[in-house]
Design a protein around this ligand. Structure first.
Ligand code: A3P
Length: 302
C-alpha cells in the first residue's frame, strides 16, 4: 500500500538533495507546493529524459479531441508547460505559476519534481497523474546530449557527465528513488505508471490504456494518425516538439556550436553505442545498489 500523502515537504531524505544539479530540494518554493490544483488537471511527472515530451504530445492530443492542426501550430511548451522551469532557471516562481494558471482546462502540466515536492492538493483533488520511467543509462546519455545543446554540458565529455550523474548530488542520481516513490501509487485509479520502453514496444497499447485512464475514445482512423504523428520520424521533424523554446529561454552557452536535435535517437538500450563496458558496469552496480535500497527491481520499474 502506498504511503499516505501529503508527505512532509522537508522530508529528511529529500531536503538535502539537489535538483537539476544545483538547487537544494528544500529551496524549492513552498508556492509550488501550495499551489491550487484543479480536479480535471492532468500531470505528467518524470525524471528528465525519460520520454516526457513524447507522453505530453500524446496526452495533449487525447485531451484535445485529436486536434492535430492545433498541435502542429503551437509549441508543446505553451500547450503543456514545464511547471518549475522559470523557478529553476530564473528563481521566478511567480512566472512559473502564472504560466500554468493561464492554461485552459483541462490543464496538462509537466514536472520533474519528486513526489514530496509536488503540490499537496494533488492528494486531495485526485487530479490524474501520468508517470513515465526509462532505463537510467539511456536517460543519462540522453541528458548528456541535451545538456551539450543547451550549454550545461558543453565542453564536458560524456564520461565526466556520466560520473557526475552517479556521484554528485543531482536529480540524475536519484532516478530510482524518484521512480520508486511513484511506483507505489501504480494501483491508484487516478495514477498511470508506464515506461519509455513500453511506449517503444507497443505504443498502441499505451494509447489504449491512456484512453481508458483519461475517459477518451479514438476512432481507428484517429488511432492510426496518432501512431504516425507520435512516431520518432514525425516527432523528430515536428518543430513544436523539439524544445525550440529552450534556446530563447536559456542563453546557449555553446553559442549554438554543437546542437543535437531534442528528439535525437529515441532508442531502447541506445546507451550501448555511447558507454564503455567499464562505464556500463559502474552504472549497473550503482543501479543495483539503488534498487536494493528501494526494494524494487528494474523489471518492475520498466
Ligand atoms: P534520446 O536522447 O535517447 O533520443 P524527455 O522528453 O523526457 O526529455 O525525453 C527525451 C527523449 O525522448 C530523447 O531520447 C528523445 O529522442 C526521446 N523521444 C522523444 N520523442 C520520441 C518518439 N516519438 N519516439 C522515440 N523517442 C522519442
Amino acid at each position: 500500500t502506498p504511503k499516505s500523502y501529503p508527505v512532509n515537504l522537508i522530508d529528511k531524505d529529500w531536503s538535502e538533495r539537489k535538483l537539476y544539479f544545483w538547487s537544494p530540494a528544500k529551496s524549492f518554493p513552498a508556492m509550488i507546493h501550495d499551489m491550487e490544483v484543479k480536479e480535471d488537471d492532468v500531470w505528467i511527472v518524470t525524471n528528465p529524459k525519460c520520454g516526457t515530451t513524447w507522453m505530453q504530445e500524446l496526452a495533449w492530443l487525447l485531451l484535445n479531441d485529436c486536434d492535430f492542426e492545433a498541435a502542429l501550430s503551437k509549441d508543446l511548451e505553451l500547450r503543456s508547460p514545464f511547471l518549475e522551469f522559470d523557478f529553476m532557471v530564473n528563481s521566478d516562481e511567480q512566472t512559473a505559476l502564472e504560466r500554468v494558471e493561464e492554461l485552459p482546462s483541462p490543464r496538462l502540466i509537466k514536472s520533474h519534481l519528486p513526489l514530496p515536492l509536488l503540490p499537496r492538493q494533488l492528494w486531495e483533488k485526485k487530479a490524474k497523474v501520468i508517470y513515465v520511467f526509462r532505463n537510467p543509462k539511456d536517460a543519462w546519455v540522453s541528458g548528456y546530449y541535451h545538456g551539450v545543446t543547451i550549454g550545461y554540458n558543453y565542453g564536458k565529455t560524456l564520461e565526466q557527465f556520466f560520473d557526475e550523474c552517479l556521484e554528485q548530488e543531482s536529480d540524475r542520481r536519484y532516478i530510482i528513488e524518484h521512480a520508486a516513490e511513484f511506483y507505489q501509487l501504480r494501483n491508484e485509479p487516478w495514477f498511470y505508471y508506464t515506461s519509455f520502453e513500453r511506449m517503444k514496444c507497443n505504443l498502441r497499447a499505451v494509447v489504449e490504456d491512456l484512453c481508458k485512464f483519461l475517459d477518451k475514445t479514438v476512432t481507428e482512423q484517429q488511432m492510426e494518425r496518432l501512431l504516425k504523428h507520435l512516431s520518432f520520424e514525425e516527432m523528430k521533424k515536428n518543430p513544436t516538439t523539439n524544445h525550440l523554446w529552450e534556446s530563447t529561454q536559456i542563453k546557449l552557452e555553446n553559442g549554438g556550436k554543437e546542437v543535437h536535435n531534442f528528439v535525437r535517437k529515441g532508442k531502447v538500450n541506445g546507451y550501448k553505442d555511447d558507454l564503455t563496458p567499464k562505464q556500463i558496469e559502474k552504472a549497473d552496480n550503482f543501479i543495483a545498489e539503488r534498487l536494493l535500497l528501494n526494494q524494487v527491481t528494474l523489471e518492475e520499474l520498466l
